[in-house]
Design a protein around this ligand. Sequence first.
Ligand code: PEP
Ligand code: MN
Length: 342
Amino acid sequence: MIIVLKHGSGEAEIQQVVGRLEEEGFRVHLSQGVEKTLIGAIGDRSRLKALDLEAWPFVDKVVPILSPYKLVSREFHPADSVVRVGGHEIGGAAIHVMAGPCAVESRAQLLETAEAVKAAGATFLRGGAFKPRTSPYSFQGLEEEGLRYLAEARERTGLHVITEVVDVRDVPLVAAYADILQIGARNMQNFLLLKEVAKAGKPVMLKRGPAATLEEWLMAAEYILDGGNYQVIFCERGIRTFETYTRNTLDLSMVPALHALSHLPVIVDPSHGTGRWQLVAPMAKAALAAGADGLIVEVHPHPDKAVSDGKQSLTPENFAVMMRDLARLAPALERPFQGAAG
Ligand code: PEP
Ligand code: MN
């Protein structure tokens, strides 16, 4: 439910409503605009009826949130949410680029990639230490050793680290090293994992499941917010369709759709979204034009030798070219670009 207060309501009135709602066990979120004060309340509807808030003199109206997702919805929180990671704001004005290898393969490979993406203007380093692979015989990741290399790369470059957690048992370990926890596409509806990352005290990037509808994706995010963690970023990474030329079909319509339905930031992964490095830069540009708050891109110093996703990985040189192009595009979109124009 959204409780809209009458124009001119002050702090005392707001506190009166919030206090009563909290007494009744509601989860409350306040949005104070210049024109209106909105109080979002999630809880037992029958108790709200008993409060009869519409009869209160300074309450304008009580509006139900009709969607099945509540905390995630734009109605609940009309302003854009910003996810803050050490001085950076994802979902604010500036566009951020996260870049790095699919998998952390070795210390040398990671440090070389980190230096290169930093020089080209990335603000976050990506790299999987736990790899969810289609085949059990494929490389599964360096695990904690990989996390240590990510932390070392952060110290050397100042890049913040985003890395995937695939198992509830590893959440505390990964959270100890990562700045943002990545929930991979295959785990989007792993509800136990979602509940666990909600408790980790770190922002979470939630990738879209390969066959998930928008509503299923929003509901998955709702689990994390319901668990008390409002620091959630959506990541569109393509879905399974009949097309086989591309690895997935990158559904960029989700960017404006998510921005309309939710207050949370949205980033796009054109690497997994296409599976082909030649398509990454064009789709990155399209993603920003569609309103994405950032990108996550795979970069490898030697894509032909990569243990995973080499076909979709940019070389550091190609990444730098893409970043220069994005820096030129950003002013037209009226968004500051974090990347160095090189
Ligand atoms: C990845 O980011 O390397 C990854 C495994 O992505 P996804 O979960 O989107 O397949
Ligand atoms: Mn990958």
